[in-house]
Design a protein around this ligand. Structure first.
Ligand code: FPP
Ligand code: MG
Ligand code: MG
Length: 440
């Protein structure tokens, strides 16, 4: 009991917002189709780390400590009559037939005898009678909505990622592709993105719309940079699907890919980063920025834009998210080597098998040039994965990777100094440190 008193949870300052997150997201993703509802809410049911919304909320709160007169851009945003009082409006009644944020009336609602007018969507109410500054607990409604949007985009990308990575588990449960098939997982991801886009548009802030739209494109660019050419190889082992149909795709299109086709596609991806360690690192870091740090950096920037802060602050918030995001993914790549499936709730030791050269093996390659060949062929020959693992151990690839993550962690902490001292800033510092030391 004494210990629990000593430890004060630094995140408790946004615990109210965090505990409402899932409920608010549920209100944004209701559709007229019960199965779509099940698939698109599936990953939200299991406890995720919620790192991205935590960053947005804590940062928003920390930014609120900057005196209003130092936030010269505040006028642009808080005088916006389209601001959304969705946290004060009538609670949305969701049901299997519930409406989301769109204006279409679900045929199922009518079928179930639900008067569509009763399913009030607070987002679609007129928004012209708003106080100019309606932050609650220092956090603006738009910033809360931003936290929800960011988690929706992230979850959409996970649904797609598990299809691409042929994963069978996430958050300690069967992954979406396994529980519902590839097709449904992909469609549910698309649906989440669509609803996220509606919510983004309703923030009524062109700069934020641009930032978040760019992160969606960046996620895809990052994923493309690490794509092994599995899709085009006519190879059953590359397809997990429990309805069997997807296996027919190459035949279905009537275009079984030819060897030449495969080759020309591969050439687009493999530049000279398999003969040049420095180029490979640069490629790895850029890919890591796009697939992970972009969402964190641009949503941090968006939180600052919404706070009306000055450009210098906005820039530092962006840098913070970028450094934190790079740290986060480098640690993720480290954990892939060191964790067990059980401890991280998803397949571990997977990257090499997927052909991915992440920091640990790149560090080993710096010292043993012969590894370039294995990396170039994406560890696809018998014994490659084993040789790579041994090399990582021999050349301390994991320690070096940890040091690299640590550097980004320190840079992120440095970026935070631009913010006034506060509980929220301390919580962000705590979060940054725990991303470095996390084990799952
Ligand atoms: C997890 O990485 C995946 C990502 C960080 C991004 C995935 C992005 C896409 C699939 C592009 C499509 C994007 C959208 C918005 C639909 P990981 O596979 O290294 O991590 P894991 O071990 O958690 O699977
Ligand atoms: Mg992946
Ligand atoms: Mg994955």
């Amino acid at each position: 009991p004494a210990a629990s008193k000593i430890f004060h949870d630094p995140f408790s300052i946004v615990s109210h917002e965090m505990s409402n997150l899932a409920k608010s997201i549920a209100n944004l993703i209701g559709s007229g189709h019960p199965t779509l509802n099940r698939v698109s809410s599936y990953y939200f049911e299991a406890e995720g780390k919620n790192v991205r919304p935590l960053i947005v909320l804590l940062l928003s709160k920390a930014l609120s400590k900057i005196p209003l007169e130092q936030r010269n851009r505040i006028k642009i945003d808080t005088f916006d009559v389209t601001d959304q009082p969705h946290y004060k409006g009538t609670p949305t009644k969701t049901s299997i037939a519930g409406r989301g944020v769109d204006d279409s009336i679900s045929p199922l609602a009518i079928l179930h005898g639900i008067n569509p007018k009763v399913i009030l969507d607070p987002l679609s109410k007129p928004m012209d009678k708003l106080p100019k500054f309606d932050a609650v607990n220092g956090i603006l409604p738009k910033q809360r909505r931003l936290a929800e949007i960011v988690e929706m985009i992230h979850t959409a990308s996970l649904l797609h990622d598990d299809v691409i990575d042929l994963s069978d588990s996430r958050r300690g449960r069967p992954s979406g592709n396994i529980a519902f098939t590839n097709k449904m997982a992909v469609l549910a991801g698309d649906f989440l993105l669509g609803r996220a886009s509606v919510a983004i548009a309703r923030l009524r802030n062109p700069e934020v719309i641009e930032l978040l739209s760019t992160t969606i494109a960046n996620l895809v660019e990052g994923e493309f940079m690490q794509l092994k050419n599995t899709v085009l190889k006519n190879d059953d082992t590359n397809v997990i699907d429990n309805d069997g149909e997807d296996k027919l795709i190459p035949q279905e299109t009537g275009k079984v890919p030819t060897k030449q086709h495969e080759y020309s596609i591969q050439c687009q991806d493999i530049v000279d980063h398999n003969t040049n360690v420095d180029a490979a690192f640069e490629y790895y870091l850029h890919k890591t920025y796009l697939k992970t740090a972009s969402l964190m950096s641009k949503s941090s920037r968006a939180a600052a834009v919404l706070s009306g802060s000055q450009d210098e602050i906005i820039e530092k918030c962006y840098e913070f998210g970028r450094n934190l995001g790079l740290c986060f993914q480098i640690v993720d790549d480290l954990l892939d080597y060191t964790s067990s499936d059980a401890s991280i709730g998803k397949p571990s030791q997977a990257d090499l098998k997927l052909g991915l050269a992440t920091a640990p093996i790149l560090f080993a390659w710096k010292q043993d040039p012969s590894l370039g060949e294995l990396i170039g062929r994406k560890f696809n020959q018998e014994g490659d994965v084993e040789i790579a693992r041994k090399a990582v151990e021999k050349y301390n690839g994991l320690d070096q990777t940890k040091l690299m993550a640590q550097e980004y962690c320190y840079k992120a902490l440095e970026n935070l100094r631009v913010l006034p001292e506060s509980d929220a800033r301390s919580a962000l510092e705590f979060l940054t440190n725990s991303i470095l030391t996390r084990t799952k």
